[in-house]
Design a protein around this ligand. Structure first.
Ligand code: SF4
Length: 470
């Protein structure tokens, strides 16, 4: 069978983010300074979503002829697979209608989180909504193709090691570039785990399930080795929402990454309290260059209201400082635009961001993703139900104390006020422009006693994170 995977790069979408809902990019506001910030983000050529690379591999393993179509290119096929994000949904719906019009006998599958949480968007279309993990099609493709259009539950994968490695051939992987995490390219996407055990009620990662499944470190590092060999990847962005959950696995993986034939860069995403300084030291020795963390807001009451377990202020500052000293960039998420936010509370977030001073501060506008508990909690405060605006950079709520324009202006101000500071340049020049080190410019790491940076496995005791492993 000829199977066509269809995707779009329009609207600056990153489909792998926000649990598959996708995010856009900071687009406007802040005058010239805002434009400079935007330009920085625009340098990237984001990799195609990992789901597509898995599906390409799975369909080829099943003996099918797999093709890729992007935007106006829609190759002829027997089966079409769409993985819509919220912000590109209209583009996906247009492409689906085009397939229905031109190839009425083709079967159309819609995969991803929208196939479960936004079924109404596809109600008038003859499509099969694959509800669950798309990679289940390795075992269930025939069953799904035999169903009539409508929802089909496929469940989730119990043994992630049973999946073939993603196949990036179709997606021009040599162009993949994520410059805020790395200095070496191309960049591949990879996962060592799926899911999260925490309870932040606005988080789309826990909509489908609230537990974590892991791959073996051996399989993950073998995938990195092959990615380096076959696609020339020189950096890998781990797409686990909670990389540090199982410390023993993380350390084993570091040991194996250290044995790869060539030094590689990688970045991860984690909660701050899951990564101890010793673990950071070991990871940085083998190529960790960037960590994405959520700080969200310094207001503990807000965090508790939305079921996010707060992290001690000292711990957050120490974490960012430890990363800076180890040469690891930090990408911290902050949330502004809760319904009850005021100018003062947003200023508080900005002030805290400056005090903690990560390499990159992403100021995200609070977005009520359909299917989350938060969505139901604040549904009466949602001003705009046009989900294509849910890119985390557009205000969509009704605000008790601010207008939409004020939230927009504060959002732009957060970005420009954050980056255009001498303290930011001073702290991060050595990470972003390494040559400035030789000019005596930038941050000089203070000597600090550290645990030895060995790759040997330390004795792991039951820690918070171990207890949370599902
Ligand atoms: S820690 Fe919270 S925000 Fe992060 S993935 Fe888990 S539930 Fe989502």
């Amino acid at each position: 069978m000829k199977i066509v995977l269809w995707d779009t790069r329009q609207l600056d979408v990153s489909k792998d983010f926000a649990g598959g809902y996708g995010v856009g990019q900071y687009a406007s506001g802040g005058g010239i300074r805002g434009q400079i910030v935007r330009r920085f983000y625009k340098r990237d050529h984001r990799p195609t979503a990992l789901t597509f690379a898995y599906l390409a591999s799975i369909f080829r393993q099943l003996g099918h002829d797999v093709h890729f179509g992007e935007d106006e290119i829609i190759p002829h096929g027997d089966v079409y697979v769409f993985s819509p994000s919220l912000i590109t949904l209209n583009l996906e719906l247009d492409a689906i209608r085009e397939v229905v019009r031109t190839q009425p006998s083709a079967t159309i599958l819609v995969v991803g989180i929208l196939a479960t949480t936004l079924t109404t968007a596809f109600a008038d279309l003859p499509v099969t909504l694959v509800q669950g993990e798309p990679e289940q099609l390795l075992w269930k493709l025939d069953e799904v193709l035999n169903k009539k259009p409508g929802p089909v539950a496929v469940g989730s994968i119990q043994d992630l090691d049973a999946l073939p490695f993603p196949d990036w051939d179709l997606f021009a992987p040599k162009k993949f570039r994520i410059a805020y995490d790395f200095s070496q390219f191309p960049t591949g996407l990879i996962q060592q785990s799926r899911g999260c055990t925490f309870t932040c009620n606005y988080c789309p990662y826990i909509v489908i399930e609230n537990k974590t499944r892991f791959r073996s470190p051996e399989s993950v590092v073998e995938e990195m080795r092959r990615g380096m060999q076959e696609y020339g990847f020189r950096s890998f962005k781990f797409r686990d929402p909670l990389f540090g959950l199982d410390r023993k696995r993380v350390l084993r993986m570091a040991e194996l990454i250290g044995q790869l034939p060539r030094k590689v860069q990688f970045s991860i995403e984690s909660r701050i309290d899951l990564l101890k300084p010793e673990t950071l030291t070991v990871l940085s020795e083998v190529g960790l260059t960037a960590i994405t963390v959520g700080i969200e807001t310094p207001d503990e009451g807000t965090l508790k209201q939305y079921k996010r377990a707060p992290i001690n202020d000292d711990k957050q500052r120490q974490f960012i400082e430890t990363c800076r000293r180890l040469g690891i960039r930090t990408v911290a998420g902050f949330m502004i635009g809760f319904p009850e936010d005021t100018a003062q509370s947003i200023k508080g977030v900005l002030r805290y961001a400056k005090a903690v001073n990560p390499t990159f501060a992403n100021f995200n506008i609070v977005t009520p993703y359909p299917g989350t508990e938060f969505y139901n909690q604040v549904v009466q405060d949602i001003a705009d139900f046009d989900f294509t605006k849910y890119n985390v950079y557009t205000p969509v709520m009704k605000y008790q104390h601010l207008t939409v324009d004020e939230v927009t202006a504060w959002h732009a101000r957060c970005f420009t006020k954050y980056y255009f500071r001498w303290d930011w340049v001073k702290a991060h020049a050595h990470l972003l422009w390494p040559t400035t080190k030789w000019l005596g410019f930038g941050y000089s790491p203070a000597p600090e006693p550290q645990a030895p940076a060995t790759i040997a496995l330390p004795i792991v005791t039951a820690s918070d994170c171990d207890r949370k492993v599902a």
